[in-house]
Each structure stands twice: as structure tokens, then as C-alpha cells.
Design a binder for this molecule. Structure first.
Ligand code: ADP
Ligand code: MG
Length: 353
């Protein structure tokens, strides 16, 4: 059906992001509940219309791992994008509410995101460009889907002009100005998985949410390919990453406790230091550690694509089935396989919060 502004009744606010806000709304003629994203676009009318045209591709994005699209319209000076409402919200909100997410559930997240990314790229040649926990949504049926992918080149450009913060899921090659590829999304997935499993952003040592760098808002040059000039961002504001108590975490820490870090320092850290890992060692299954390590290979040439990672999953599942009776008990826990065939019931999981 044709979406008209006047047919949507605001119900509640779901969240605020960089470029705008998301509201839960009801489409009154049909009673359908939707999520309406309002994006403030500072662009000429012709560009707005172009964006609207490009967004129509979302009508063809049909996958159980992708948020479905109801339609978009102009509401000057905004663009409104109406999408499927996910009643359990995004994974960042979920872990902030219930704490670190069980590693078996994180395995399902990995699988869903890889399936979604593979679909977007194989079928539509779309690279997501913004994988992070707040763009991975969950509903009470236990479904996990990704949203906010880069369908519209014009929209990416327009938002880039006002874009601040949340660049911290950015891969080392992107920070250095290389072309965006599907492998950059794999890096962002790796960072996101650690964040979910630890219940905190991996580059911040503290578990306090108020020092969470992922929420950092600073001034960064536009996130267009090649245009992110290191050296431009000002050194302020600085973010505390100090732990309130002096206990040293064995996990990924940034230059030890008591340090503060600007966005520039964070970007330099991502480029220059070893990638974060699922830590401390032994807390998570080996297979989960290995998988995250493979997402976070700093050299994009050796990092796998989402599709390669999925094929590996499938291969592991097959060989595991063949070998299961031969393997010792200690090796029977294969994380990725568990995610495929496991009895982890996401619907039951989702009913716990
Ligand atoms: P960000 O993704 O950077 O947090 P957004 O503006 O994209 O900013 O989204 C703001 C918040 O709205 C998200 O964090 C998420 O919790 C919520 N949200 C977005 N889309 C949906 C949706 N389709 N269903 C339910 N909640 C949503
Ligand atoms: Mg979002």
C-alpha cells in the first residue's frame, strides 16, 4: 500500500541515532505497527527525490535476516523510512539490560548477520557499511535481523556530511581511507560479537556504560571512502576509559588503566595495535575465539568475506556430523556448528527480557 504521512500515528520513541530518531508508529488504515525512522537531510530537493528512489530497492530486499521495508516518504526537511518493527529492540539495548549475551546466542547472531550480509551482497550487490549492535534487531519470535544498510548512495553521502561518532566499528583499512568492501563489514561484525559477549565495547576497558566509546560523539570528517583524514579530528573531547576500581581486566585494554582516549587515539589504536580478542582466554569456546579472530584479521586481503565464513560454517557442520561419534567429548563443542543445529531456542531466550 501507499504510505502517507497522515496515516501514521506516533506511539513511542524507540531511540535516537546520529542522523535522527526512530519512533514506533501505527499505520491507522491497516493497524500495522511499524518503526519510522526520521532522517534529517540537508540536501537539495532533487537529491532528496533521488534518495527516495534509491530507497525503493529495499522493497526487493526479502530475507528472514533483513528488516522488511514498508516504504519511505519525504516530510521536509526529513526523510521518513518505515520498516518492520522489532519488539525486542536492538542488541545493544538488550545487553545493556540483561548483561553479557550467552555465547551460544552470540553464535546465532553471527550466523544471522553473515546470512544477511551474504544475501545483500549476492543478490543486490549491497554492502552494509554500518554493522554494529544497534543495527542488529531482535523480536519476540526469536528472529535476528539487520537494518540500516547502505542501499542509497545519495543517502550515504548526505548523512556523511553530518555524520559524527560511531565510527568505532570501522575497520583498519577504512580508517586508512581504503575502499569499503564486504570484508569491512566482517571486521565490524567481529567487534560487535565481542561487545555482545563481554557486555561492553571492546575498546573501552571500563564496563561502565557512561564511558562507552561506541556512544562517542565528536567531530570527524565525512565517512566517505578515502575522505577520512587522520590528523583532522580535534583532540577533544576526551573520554575516560578509567576503571573506577583499580582491578586490571585481562581483556582488551587500551594503554592500561587510567588513560583517556580521544577519537583520534582510538582510530590510531585500531590501525596500529593488535585487534581485540574474545578474552580472557578459556572463558569462551575455542571455536568462538577462532571465529572472532578470523573476523578481526587486520589485513583485509586475508580476512574472509561473509560468504566464505558461511561456507566454512556449513563445511564444519557437515564434517562434524560425519565425525561426531569419533570425536572425544572435549571436542564436541563446536561453536559455529552449535549455532546452526543447536537447540538454543531464541524464542525462549527472547522471552526472558
Ligand atoms: P543507531 O542505530 O545509531 O542507534 P538509529 O537512529 O538507527 O541509531 O536507531 C535508534 C534506535 O532505534 C536503535 O538503537 C534501535 O534500538 C531502535 N530501532 C531502530 N530500528 C528499529 C526497528 N525497526 N524496530 C525496533 N527498534 C528499532
Ligand atoms: Mg541504526
Amino acid at each position: 500500500f501507499d504510505l502517507r504521512k497522515q496515516d501514521l500515528k506516533d506511539m513511542s520513541e524507540l531511540g535516537q541515532g546520529n542522523g535522527g530518531s526512530v519512533k514506533k508508529v501505527q499505520h491507522t488504515p491497516t493497524g500495522t505497527i511499524m518503526a519510522k525512522k526520521i532522517v534529517l537531510i540537508d540536501a537539495k530537493p532533487s537529491v532528496r527525490k533521488q534518495i527516495l528512489r534509491e530507497l525503493q530497492i529495499m522493497h526487493d530486499c526479502k530475507s528472514k535476516y533483513i528488516i522488511s521495508f514498508w516504504g519511505a516518504f519525504l516530510a521536509d526537511p526529513n526523510i521518513c523510512i518505515c520498516m518492520e518493527f522489532m519488539d525486542k529492540g536492538s542488541l545493544d539495548g538488550i545487553y545493556k539490560k540483561i548483561g553479557p549475551i550467552d555465547i551460544d546466542v552470540v553464535g546465532h547472531v553471527a550466523l544471522a548477520v553473515l546470512e544477511g550480509l551474504t544475501y545483500l551482497y549476492d543478490v543486490h550487490r549491497i554492502i552494509h557499511r554500518d554493522i554494529k549492535p544497534s543495527n542488529i534487531l531482535c523480536n519476540s519470535r526469536g528472529e535476528i535481523k539487520i537494518c540500516d544498510f547502505g542501499v542509497s548512495g545519495e543517502l550515504i553521502n548526505s548523512i556523511a556530511d553530518t555524520f559524527v561518532g560511531t565510527s568505532t566499528y570501522m575497520s583498519p583499512e577504512r580508517i586508512q581511507g581504503a575502499q569499503y568492501t564486504v570484508k569491512s563489514d566482517v571486521w565490524s561484525l567481529g567487534i560487535s560479537l565481542i561487545e555482545l559477549a563481554l557486555g561492553r565495547f571492546p575498546f573501552s576497558e571500563s564496563s561502565d556504560s557512561d564511558s562507552d566509546l561506541s556512544d562517542f560523539e565528536g567531530t570527524l570528517s565525512p565517512a566517505r571512502p578515502g575522505s577520512l583524514a587522520l590528523g583532522l579530528p580535534p583532540p577533544k573531547p576526551r573520554i575516560k576509559t578509567q576503571k573506577k576500581d583499580k582491578r586490571k581486566s585481562k581483556g582488551v585494554s587500551l594503554q592500561g588503566g587510567g588513560m583517556t582516549m580521544s577519537i583520534l587515539e582510538l582510530l590510531q589504536h585500531i590501525v596500529n595495535e593488535p585487534a581485540p580478542r574474545l578474552a580472557p582466554e578459556g572463558r569462551f569456546p575455542r571455536e568462538a575465539e577462532d571465529f572472532v579472530d578470523s573476523c578481526l584479521l587486520k589485513d583485509p586481503d586475508v580476512r574472509k568475506t561473509p560468504k566464505d565464513l558461511l561456507v566454512n560454517f556449513t563445511f564444519l557442520v557437515r564434517t562434524r556430523f560425519a565425525l561426531t561419534c569419533l570425536l572425544p567429548e572435549s571436542q564436541k563443542h563446536v561453536w559455529v556448528e552449535q549455532a546452526r543445529v543447536s537447540n538454543v531456542d531464541l524464542e525462549t531466550w527472547a522471552s526472558t527480557f
